[in-house]
Design a protein around this ligand. Structure first.
Ligand code: ARG
Length: 273
């Protein structure tokens, strides 16, 4: 239930600077290789996000970017970490495939003992969202439906499959955000989901914050919550009021250059749970 008492808990995030970020191929409808990217501005926007996390008391670890992997800035896609256990990614598109190895290598060299390289395609937290009771799992564009039982078996948490039907919302984290991971509270855009998945979401989250088409199109759901602060694209203006009414503190971020790659706040942020 919505409540006015919100407390943030300290988080650990894994991010990767957009040193070699560029849009030279198109694997989602947001990417237009004909549109120039301002790399300096992308870097400034990314640093503002990283520094904001740190000023809120969170820890940010940094992956070393690779020149041959322009999408590596979207670190959320590289793995999923729950209870310290790491399920690596397996990317749908060849352009991003080698990112999975970079993530696995990072976890292995940072003391993570339980690192699993998956059999089936999954794009990490792009398609897996962790609530108190479940792991919500997107499918339809990137992650294979077969990755869902694989994640369930590995994490020992119930996985709820959700069908994505709108190519603009090709990852679950472009259409749904976990606001409170101790209480199964989420916000989402119903139009991104099949009718059956919408019914599942209504059943599991009757009190969810429902986003408008405009806020979803600003990638407003590509947000990160620490239980109190919600960092989200600043253009998603319609979400600020409803978040405040629920006791959250929305913090608008400008990640306009990253949006040209089809990602924003959440895509740049993998949570190390
Ligand atoms: N260009 C990247 C891709 O299409 C963007 C990934 C965005 N990340 C996310 N978590 N939705 O794969």
């Amino acid at each position: 239930m919505p409540t006015a008492e919100r407390a943030s808990t300290p988080r650990r995030y894994l991010m990767c600077p957009p040193t070699y970020y560029r849009v030279t191929y198109s694997i989602n409808p947001w990417m237009d290789p004909g549109k120039p990217v301002d790399l300096r501005l992308a870097l400034t926007q990314w640093e503002e996000l990283r520094d904001r996390y740190r000023s809120l008391g969170h820890t940010v670890e940094e992956l070393v970017p690779r020149p041959d992997l322009p999408d590596m800035v979207f670190a959320a896609n590289g793995a999923t970490v729950v209870d310290g256990r790491v399920l690596g990614a397996r990317f749908a598109h060849p352009e991003r495939r080698a990112e999975a190895d970079a993530h696995v290598a990072w976890f292995r060299s940072h003391g993570y003992a339980d690192v699993r390289e998956p059999t089936h395609i999954n794009e990490g937290e792009g398609d897996f969202a962790v609530t108190a009771s479940w792991i919500l799992a997107g499918r339809g564009f990137r992650s294979s439906p077969l990755s869902h039982p694989e994640a369930q078996e590995f994490f020992g948490r119930p996985v709820i499959g959700l069908d994505l039907v709108d190519p603009r919302y090709y990852h679950l984290d472009t259409a749904l955000c976990v606001l409170d991971d101790t209480a199964d509270e989420v916000m989402y855009y119903p139009g991104a989901f099949s009718p059956g998945s919408r019914a599942v979401l209504e059943r599991l989250f009757p009190d969810a914050l429902i986003a408008t088409a405009d806020d979803a199109a600003a990638l407003g759901l590509n947000a990160v919550s620490d239980g109190h602060h919600v960092l989200l694209p600043q253009a998603a203006v319609g979400l600020f009021g409803p978040l405040r009414e629920r006791g959250f503190e929305p913090i608008g971020m400008d990640l306009g250059e990253l949006l040209k790659g089809g990602g924003s706040v959440k895509c740049c942020t993998q949570e190390l749970r």
